[in-house]
Design a protein around this ligand. Structure first.
Ligand code: HEC
Ligand code: HEC
Length: 182
């Protein structure tokens, strides 16, 4: 793993992320997706006051190496599941599986996989991610502040979601533990 930035001080020694969810889990995420995020932080299509300056000091090879390292940490332990009201879980599960077509909210499972574990190189896993982090990303897309999804797909989806739906789907994913991927 490349030295000098101590990624682990925020993302955990094995990429488990941390605490209230300000620091996302990176472990086991697709390498291409992680690499793309580092490039997007550096270019500013995904601006973050912490990650943008860090990414701007990295070379392309360093971005690729750290992305590959985190992607390989599939055995990193999961945090305890949050306690979630059954009704909220059900609402989140319905968004995952069906979406809300009347408002242009496609089923998340179409792209993020049947179990929420991601699909191919560009659709990240949401299962097992911290709820606060997921909700923050959906709000940033809705507000037009995160602008890096291909063809603006996540901006359109987030724009159609209510605050209640954003919270429910985020808590749902934080409660799911994915099947082993390979
Ligand atoms: C000082 C704390 C801190 C350090 C050090 C840090 N990060 Fe981050 N990282 C964050 C925060 C906070 C976010 C979420 C920001 C946001 O909302 O976009 C994040 C997000 C990310 C993401 C996006 C994850 C996703 O699911 O989209 C990647 C990739 C990432 N960091 C990689 C790294 C790497 C690689 C390093 C070391 C070179 C590093 N980070 C160092 C705090 C940190
Ligand atoms: C048509 C495909 C598609 C659908 C449907 C979709 N997404 Fe996404 N989503 C993406 C792509 C592509 C990305 C990665 C964007 C990028 O490169 O930053 C993404 C990223 C995300 C992220 C950021 C993850 C991270 O680690 O930062 C969240 C959160 C998310 N989607 C939530 C949802 C939710 C909730 C739904 C259902 C209501 C949904 N998505 C439906 C394509 C989709």
């Amino acid at each position: 793993m490349p030295g000098g930035w101590a990624c682990h001080s925020c993302h955990g020694l094995q990429g488990a992320g941390e605490g209230s969810g300000a620091f996302p889990r990176l472990a086991g995420q697709e390498a291409w997706y992680l690499y793309k995020q580092l490039r997007d932080y550096a270019s500013g299509t995904r601006y973050n006051a912490v990650m943008t300056p860090i990414a701007q000091t990295m070379t392309d090879a360093q971005m690729q190496a750290s992305a590959a390292w985190y992607a390989a940490q599939e055995d990193t332990p999961w945090p305890p599941r949050p306690r979630v009201d059954a009704r909220v879980l059900q609402q989140g599960g319905a968004l995952h599986a069906v979406g809300v077509s009347a408002r242009g909210v496609q089923a998340c499972a179409n792209c993020h996989g049947e179990a929420g574990w991601g699909m191919g190189p560009s659709f990240p896993a949401l299962a097992g991610q911290y709820a606060d982090y997921l909700a923050l990303q959906l709000r940033l897309w809705k507000a037009g502040e995160r602008r890096n999804s291909p063809l603006g797909v996540m901006a359109r989806i987030a724009a159609g979601m209510t605050e209640e739906e954003i919270e429910a789907v985020s808590l749902y994913y934080a409660s799911v533990r994915p099947e082993p991927r390979r």
